[in-house]
Design a protein around this ligand. Structure first.
Ligand SMILES: Nc1ncnc2c1ncn2[C@@H]1O[C@H](COP(=O)(O)OP(=O)(O)OP(=O)(O)O)[C@@H](O)[C@H]1O
Ligand SMILES: [Mg+2]
Length: 286
């Protein structure tokens, strides 16, 4: 089976920019995987996502080298309607995407746009709203709800279109802590189902590291590191220098390990940290 995404030596320079926004990036994402893309501001994360979505080069002038393939077919050669259906993209500022008076119309708008048959519409809206926990918001105006709710409405609108690849660009950047937990929960559920290929862009790894199959660090337009989460987080000092923050529990155990006080694998979640801490105390005879 073709990988969901193949980026092959992609470089992209926006029109009149002094240097490329992404430079010689190669990345293969197998279907069904959850990839977390991390990196500091201006690293090129959104540019890479837009190249996968086909917005680059379609909607932006600039210079490109290399290719991006989605399910084996070059993005530029793909029929626009098919690509729009296959790749769903949620911007970090969801409000920019809203055009309707109610949340339900907002989801409906996308479905009508891609020609979903009338008979399927109600089911699609219900399924996407349940998954994103917005069923009680369907008759509300999309601009009159919280940041987290807006983000979930935007995710629902894209999920209802049944994409094969879903890209969430900094989905928690405008969301309060409770709203953030819900978005993490949605991602965990999507990962559990493994029906789609999930790409999440986030520079705070706290919540998502444990869910990802692979974490890719982009900096200055290049891939600096790509590895499974535990391996990726092995060197928290390098990551902090790169503007990427490992989960706090991972940072604590990395420090213990650096001082020879811990030898086990680095925990990625609080639960793993508690178990590792208990084992450490037992070993110390506590
Ligand atoms: N439309 C554009 N026109 C010109 N230059 C752009 C455009 N969009 C982004 N850039 C430049 O491309 C580089 C990469 O930006 P990009 O938005 O891809 O980074 P990012 O990693 O998503 O950053 P952030 O974390 O701030 O969202 C930056 O130098 C940015 O200024
Ligand atoms: Mg960005």
């Amino acid at each position: 089976m073709n990988p969901a995404v193949e980026v092959d030596r992609l470089s992209w320079t926006y029109h009149l920019a002094a240097r490329p926004a992404v430079c010689d990036i190669s990345l293969t994402i197998p279907a069904g995987e959850f990839t977390l893309i991390a990196g500091p501001n201006e690293a090129g994360k959104t540019t890479l996502a837009m190249a996968i979505k086909g917005l680059i080069p379609h909607s932006f002038p600039g210079r490109r080298a290399g290719v991006v393939r989605v399910f084996g077919e070059e993005v530029q050669r793909k029929e626009a309607a098919l690509l729009a259906k296959q790749v769903g993209y949620v911007f970090s500022d969801p409000e920019a995407q809203f055009t309707s008076l109610t949340v339900e119309e907002e989801i409906l708008f996308g479905l009508e746009n891609i020609g979903v048959p009338e008979s399927e519409i109600e089911h699609r809206i219900r399924r996407a709203s349940e998954l994103t926990m917005i069923s009680d918001l369907l008759d509300k105006p999309p601009y009159d709800i919280s940041g987290g709710q807006k983000q979930r409405v935007a995710i629902a609108s894209v999920l209802a279109m049944d994409p094969e690849i879903l890209i969430l660009d900094e989905p928690t950047s405008m969301v309060d802590p409770l709203g953030k937990d819900l978005i993490v929960e949605i991602c965990a559920e999507l990962r559990r189902r493994r029906r789609l290929t999930l790409i999440v862009i986030e520079h705070n790894l706290e919540a998502f590291a444990a869910l990802a199959d692979r974490i890719v660090l982009i900096r200055g337009g290049r891939i600096e590191r790509a590895a499974a989460p535990r391996e990726f987080l092995e060197d928290p000092e390098f990551l902090e220098r790169s503007g990427v923050y490992p989960p706090q529990v991972t940072q604590v155990f990395a420090r213990l390990r650096a001082h020879g006080l811990y030898r086990g694998p680095l925990p990625l979640t609080d639960e793993e940290g508690i178990r590792a801490g208990d084992a450490l105390l037992r070993g110390a005879g506590a």
